[in-house]
Structures are given as structure tokens and as C-alpha cells.
Design a protein around this ligand. Structure first.
Ligand code: TRP
Ligand code: SF4
Length: 327
């Protein structure tokens, strides 16, 4: 089974939005069918940027894991836990840090990029530079062979592979070298036409109500060339349509496209239809989320049970690591 073991983490950023569903979570759901999966909340990774204000991290983990569960990530099939609950992540991180040249970390393109993007924060810390080392520990601790990641994480995974090779070279073949399972995520546009992101304030969340979603869809940007109701529109240039068309049956999509191009339908009416389709598509997840929220201890129980399972694997790996290291 270990040859089909997958590890993936998500930094707790709170409630998830549609961008997460069509990206990471849709992929996780597929993985869960085929592999032995370890999914975890990477709260120590959050600390690399949020160290000055950690107050929100716990609530973020809770909200995020609720969304995972509502979406169908299943604790019966996958091991769901929190990174900081399995101290072996830190132990292996320390050991890997001994063999990782600083130059590998400094030349990591995401390192400079993130420092520039988050210039309001002081990211000239040891921990932030070591982000990829902790990620390597996360992965090889479970002897994962595959890691589902998007393009943005490829440089990190390359460092994981380099660290793994170096460890095996120095101390013997303890770890399989993990490979990236490159997952495609469609770019999901937000209300204003930029990439959907919590920080842009343009996101639609699973955890909001149907009415909130309806309001948001009605506020979405459409085809900006269509100024008057009598102007013909172009669905391919319409932000609302790009997000919502997928929730409508193909026949109805064609009807609406034709009606838009002949100005037979107005944007308000069109978006009412789109909003309803989206709301209907989200309804089962929202119902599931409600159901899970009704048992307040649910998430912490699942995380606790997951941590016990993860720690068993982690402890076994660390025995081998200490044996190989002779330390
Ligand atoms: N760095 C990843 C991200 O930002 C999160 C992460 C931490 C991760 N540890 C991991 C992903 C291990 C895959 C495997 O998305
Ligand atoms: Fe977009 Fe619909 Fe308006 Fe056409 S009618 S521009 S598809 S909202």
C-alpha cells in the first residue's frame, strides 16, 4: 500500500472558496479513490508567514477541515490531521535541516517572490527560508511516493527530492524519492474578474448562505462591452458566465449564449438563472456542512483520530531514521 501513498497539505487560511473546490479539493477527492491519502492542515507552514499573529490559526484549521469534510474528504478513507499534532514533522525537519545547503533554499524562486509579495511582513527568518525543508519532512515522513501539487509548488517538490537523495546517499536508502503528481486546476475567476482569492474580497464561500451567494452572483461583472440592455452581449467575455456556466445543463448553456448574443436576455435575468444553478450545485455540500457543524466536537475528534494514525506511521519512519543516522 505504501507504494500508493500520497501526502498533501494545505495551509489553514480559513473558509474555503470555489477556487479551492475546483482546484485542490477536486483533485484530493479523485486521489482519495485511488490512493492511501494523508491530508493535513499545514499550520506550522502558516506560522512561517503569520508568526506575529497566530491567534486566528486554530479557527482557520477548524473552518478549513469542515469544508474538506463537507466536500467529501472522508476520514474513513483518508488520514486527516493537523501537522502540529504530529511532532515527528518537527523532528525530521530538524534532521533534514542539518543536511540541506542554505544555497538550495536561497535560490528557490518562491522564496524571493514571496518575500517581495509580502513585503509588509518581515520574512527574513530562519523558518521562512526553511519552508521547503519542513515540506520535505511532511512528505517523506510518510514515505509518500506521490505528491499532488500545482505548478507553483514544483520548485518546493524539487527541493524535497534533492534532500531525499542527499539523505539516502549519506545514510542509506531510507526514503523513496517522491514524485510530483501535477494537478491541473482551472483558474477560477472571482466576482470582479480577477483570480478568486480571499484576500481580493471577490470569493464565493461554501460556508455562506444561499442568499449571500445569490447577492454575490448578481453583483458579478458581466461582458463590460454590453452597456445597455438592448446591446448584444458575448458570453465568452462575461466574467459571471465563465464562473457559472458549468453549473447549467449543456442545452440551457446554448440557449443562454444565443439569447445573450441577440440581446434576448438581460444580464440581471441571466445572472438570476446562474445564481440558482450555482446554489443548487452547492446545496448538498452546504447541507453536509450544516450537519457537521451541529456536532461541535466533530472536527477535533476527526483530527485527533487522524493524528494518532499519522503518528504511528511517523514513529515507524523515525525509528528507521535514527537507526540509519546512529544518532
Ligand atoms: N506548501 C504547500 C502549499 O502552500 C502546503 C504544503 C505543506 C504541502 N506541506 C506539504 C503540500 C506537503 C504538499 C505536501 O500549498
Ligand atoms: Fe453574461 Fe448573461 Fe449578461 Fe450575457 S446575458 S453578458 S452571459 S450575464
Amino acid at each position: 500500500m505504501s507504494s500508493r501513498r500520497i501526502v498533501s497539505g494545505m495551509r489553514p487560511t480559513g473558509k474555503l472558496h470555489l477556487g479551492h473546490f475546483h482546484g485542490v479539493l477536486a483533485n484530493w477527492l479523485e486521489m482519495q479513490k485511488q490512493y492511501n491519502c494523508f491530508f493535513f492542515a499545514a499550520d506550522w507552514h502558516s506560522m512561517t508567514t503569520e508568526y506575529a499573529d497566530t491567534a486566528g490559526i486554530r479557527d482557520s484549521i477548524h473552518d478549513m477541515v469542515l469544508d474538506w469534510l463537507a466536500f467529501g474528504i472522508d476520514p474513513e478513507k483518508s488520514t486527516i490531521f493537523c501537522q502540529s499534532a504530529v511532532h515527528q514533522h518537527a523532528e525530521l525537519n530538524l534532521i533534514l535541516s542539518m543536511i540541506t545547503p542554505v544555497s538550495w533554499l536561497e535560490r528557490n524562486p518562491t522564496y524571493k517572490e514571496m518575500q517581495d509579495n509580502l513585503s509588509a511582513k518581515d520574512l527574513s527568518t530562519f523558518g521562512f527560508l526553511g519552508y521547503p525543508v519542513l515540506m520535505a519532512a511532511d512528505i517523506i515522513l510518510y514515505r509518500a511516493t506521490k505528491v499532488p501539487v500545482g505548478h507553483d509548488q514544483l520548485p518546493h517538490l524539487e527541493i524535497t527530492r534533492e534532500i531525499t537523495r542527499r539523505f539516502n546517499h549519506l545514510y542509506g536508502e531510507v526514503f523513496p524519492e517522491p514524485t510530483a503528481l501535477l494537478t491541473e486546476s482551472p483558474k477560477v475567476l472571482g466576482l470582479d474578474g480577477r483570480k478568486m482569492s480571499k484576500s481580493y474580497g471577490n470569493a464565493i464561500f461554501l460556508s455562506e448562505t444561499a442568499e449571500e451567494t445569490r447577492k454575490k452572483v448578481l453583483s458579478m461583472v458581466t461582458d463590460t462591452q454590453r452597456v445597455r440592455r438592448s446591446d448584444a452581449g458575448e458570453p465568452d467575455s462575461c466574467v459571471a458566465w465563465s464562473l457559472n456556466r458549468q453549473y447549467l445543463p449543456a442545452v440551457q448553456q446554448e440557449e443562454i449564449c444565443a439569447a445573450c448574443r441577440t440581446a434576448a436576455i438581460g444580464c440581471v435575468d441571466c445572472k438570476k438563472v446562474q445564481a440558482q444553478a450555482l446554489i443548487d450545485a452547492l446545496a448538498p455540500f452546504r447541507a453536509k456542512r450544516e450537519e457537521l457543524t451541529a456536532v461541535p466536537s466533530m472536527v477535533s475528534e476527526i483530527l485527533a483520530a487522524g493524528a494518532v494514525k499519522a503518528a504511528q506511521h511517523a514513529a515507524a519512519t523515525m525509528l528507521d531514521v535514527r537507526e540509519a543516522l546512529k544518532v
